[in-house]
Design a binder for this molecule. Structure first.
Ligand code: HEC
Length: 108
């Protein structure tokens, strides 16, 4: 058992992923800015469950700004946030999930 625990610890640190205990977000450059701006209204699990590219992250932010009362960011802050999000929670293009069925193939 001990060996397994030790191995797990070693693997995790080799992997290099450290998780912020407060939010569950990955510890990386920009985390403080993301924490300050993105966890006020909802939990960070919205972020950790998303896998988006930079444009899609920007679109999500614009959507919240237009419809959910998210405040505007200055360009530097926005860049830090987008870089953090698209690096730590990037688009998943390795999904093995089959594409959605087209509407005409679904039961009526
Ligand atoms: C002013 C409040 C507010 C702030 C601040 C905020 N959000 Fe949101 N966000 C929302 C609301 C409201 C929803 C929709 C919740 C729901 O669907 O129940 C949402 C939804 C989301 C979703 C899910 C979108 C989807 O398609 O389901 C993601 C991802 C997200 N937010 C990320 C972020 C990120 C990243 C930030 C920081 C840049 C942020 N949020 C800051 C209000 C906020």
């Amino acid at each position: 058992m001990r060996h397994i625990a030790l191995c797990l610890l070693a693997c995790l640190s080799l992997w290099g992923v450290e998780i912020d205990k407060e939010t569950g977000l990955k510890v990386a450059k920009g985390l403080d800015v993301v924490k300050a701006n993105c966890t006020a209204c909802h939990s960070a699990s919205f972020i950790t469950q998303s896998k988006l590219n930079r444009e899609e992250w920007l679109a999500a932010i614009r959507w919240m700004q237009e419809t959910q009362g998210l405040w505007e960011f200055d360009p530097e802050t926005e860049d830090v946030i987008l870089t953090y999000l698209s690096t730590q929670y990037p688009q998943a293009n390795t999904s093995r999930r089959r594409p959605q069925l087209k509407a005409e193939f679904l039961p009526k």
